[in-house]
Design a protein around this ligand. Structure first.
Ligand SMILES: Cc1cc2nc3c(=O)[nH]c(=O)nc-3n(C[C@H](O)[C@H](O)[C@H](O)COP(=O)(O)OP(=O)(O)OC[C@H]3O[C@@H](n4cnc5c(N)ncnc54)[C@H](O)[C@@H]3O)c2cc1C
Ligand code: SF4
Ligand code: SF4
Length: 466
């Protein structure tokens, strides 16, 4: 019997829950459900009779499929004026700026919402597939297909909550038309793999809009942050906005806003506990540990925050835009001419600088994670970097500690969550030893550089005196 994604991907804990396998399965043998950790995962709903293996061929974490460089070369490699860097993948041009009319209600500069609404208004596409709020505590967000501008406007904002594409893929297969889709790098890769295998998907998905991504979070992450923000019943939360902006704070110190069924609100800022869970990888799916695509290399255009000192102080938010498709370049140029967007060119070096942390995470740190997994005999997906332990001793310790926190946060949550409430005290008591260790490590890191410098200077001085 040929294996499918359940055996090869889900059972090795390498599934990101994108839903593409379930979306394309010709027998509808797979469904997508939340597991106990609040991550989407495929389940076998019917026996797989013809064992076509299509689920594996569209899975971004399955071995044997083309990687981002191979697919990128086919999509963009022959475009006039195209450039390539290992960090970014292919690119034509890069911009920094914002869309004045969309900026306030968007995550960063609002250019994603501007481009999606422009595609609809100018009849370039018939449908936009993006992620929209559901006002349902069990499923706060989902991918939806829209043909009207207002629904796209209501879907602005980054969503740090699991979403899956099985339903929207089935819709594209059923309803003819031209579709634009937004997605994280692994989701866009899944779409590209699926379009390679299916003519209808290839003809109908005409625009792919990528978002830079450092990690995804489970549903339990949102519950945890809601609990520390002061929501006592997590069942009552009807909506979450993850990127609230305050005029008196830099763009990086955004807030999450939770609204319950009676309209009462709880807010929590990035520096009030959100960052601790985010940067230490609490509630991050294991699949994200094996991801090497920073810039959504297979998207026609990729958007990110301008995390550069000259922009990140501006509370209103600023985008960086990395363009790969000439069609998108034209749309951007028209937007500039009509003053619908306020952007200027930015060098690719600056683009890379703006995502230095994510690049380190997905390249150098990934090498070490692959090495650790190899040592443990764990199955890992094929990657474009090799396993290696060639990384500083403090970094090694940090990576190992974060991996422990990632796992511990998932398990501890299960023990501390009862009747839609989280026992925060017990959860924190379980996580505190790791937090203390990571603090000590950072302190050590602060001293390590001066000590290394002193040693170097002493060595030079020693040589001079010889
Ligand atoms: C999980 C995640 C991690 C990210 N990590 C980084 C990072 O490390 N560095 C960085 O610079 N930027 C990151 N981004 C991208 C950044 O947060 C902004 O989305 C991007 O700058 C676009 O901003 P905007 O104001 O133009 O978007 P908006 O105008 O607010 O529009 C965003 C659009 O994306 C759609 N969308 C939101 N969430 C998702 C999702 N999960 N999957 C598919 N579509 C979605 C929305 O429906 C909306 O249409 C991340 C985004 C996400 C969702
Ligand atoms: S296609 Fe997506 S949902 Fe299916 S196994 Fe792969 S990662 Fe998981
Ligand atoms: S880090 Fe990679 S695997 Fe994880 S959600 Fe982002 S793109 Fe997907």
């Amino acid at each position: 019997m040929r294996s499918n994604v359940i055996e090869k991907i889900v059972n090795s804990d390498l599934c990101i829950g994108c839903g593409t396998c379930a979306g394309v399965c010709p027998q509808k043998a797979l469904g997508i459900q939340f597991n106990n950790y609040g991550e989407y995962t495929p389940v076998q709903e019917k026996n797989c009779l013809n064992e076509c293996g299509l689920c594996l061929k569209v899975c971004p974490f399955s071995d044997g499929n083309e990687n981002e460089t191979d697919i990128g070369t086919k999509l963009y490699g022959n475009i006039d004026g195209i450039n390539y860097l290992f960090e970014t993948g292919y690119y034509l041009d890069s911009y920094v700026g914002y869309a004045p009319n969309f900026r306030q209600s968007s995550s960063s500069g609002g250019i994603v919402t501007w481009i999606l609404t422009t595609l609809l208004k100018n009849n370039v596409v018939d449908y936009v597939i993006c992620v929209s709020p559901q006002h349902n505590p069990d499923q706060l967000f989902k991918f939806e297909t829209f043909s009207d501008v207002n629904s796209v406007l209501n879907s602005s904002g980054s969503v740090y909550y699991p979403v899956e594409m099985s339903e929207v893929i089935q819709k594209v297969l059923k309803v003819p038309g031209r579709y634009a889709v937004t997605g994280l790098p692994c989701f866009i890769k899944a779409i590209r793999l699926a379009t390679q295998k299916n003519r209808k998907l290839r003809e109908r998905i005409v625009f792919t809009i990528g978002l830079v991504c450092g990690q995804m979070k489970s549903k339990n992450y949102t519950k945890y942050i809601a609990a520390i923000a002061g929501n006592d019943s997590l069942k009552k939360i009807q909506s979450v906005y993850y990127r609230g902006k305050s005029p008196d704070k830099p763009a990086s110190n955004y807030y999450y806003k939770f609204i319950d069924e009676h309209g009462s609100q709880h807010k929590i800022f990035w520096n009030e506990g959100v960052s601790e869970a985010w940067v230490n990888r609490w509630f991050t799916p294991n699949a994200c540990n094996y991801c090497d695509d920073v810039f959504a290399e297979l998207a026609d255009v990729t958007f990110m925050d301008a995390w550069l000192p000259e922009y990140s102080k501006d509370s209103r938010g600023t985008n960086i835009v990395l363009v790969r498709s000439p069609k998108v370049l034209n749309i951007i140029q028209e937007g500039i001419e009509k003053a619908e967007i306020n952007v200027s060119k930015i060098s690719v070096e600056k683009v890379i600088q703006s995502q230095a942390g994510v690049i380190e995470l997905k390249r150098k740190q990934l090498s070490y994670r692959l090495y650790l997994a190899e040592q443990k005999g764990l199955k890992t997906p094929e990657k474009r970097v090799n396993a290696s332990k060639d990384i500083g001793i403090l970094k090694r310790r940090e990576i190992k500690l974060k991996a422990k926190m990632q796992e511990e946060s998932k398990q501890l949550f299960l023990g501390c969550y009862k009747d839609h409430a989280l026992d925060i005290k017990t959860f924190r008591a379980g996580m505190n030893p790791y937090i203390n260790q990571i603090r000590q490590l950072r302190l050590l890191g602060k001293f390590a550089l001066p000590i290394r410098l002193i040693k170097k200077i002493s060595k030079v001085e020693g040589k001079k005196n010889e």
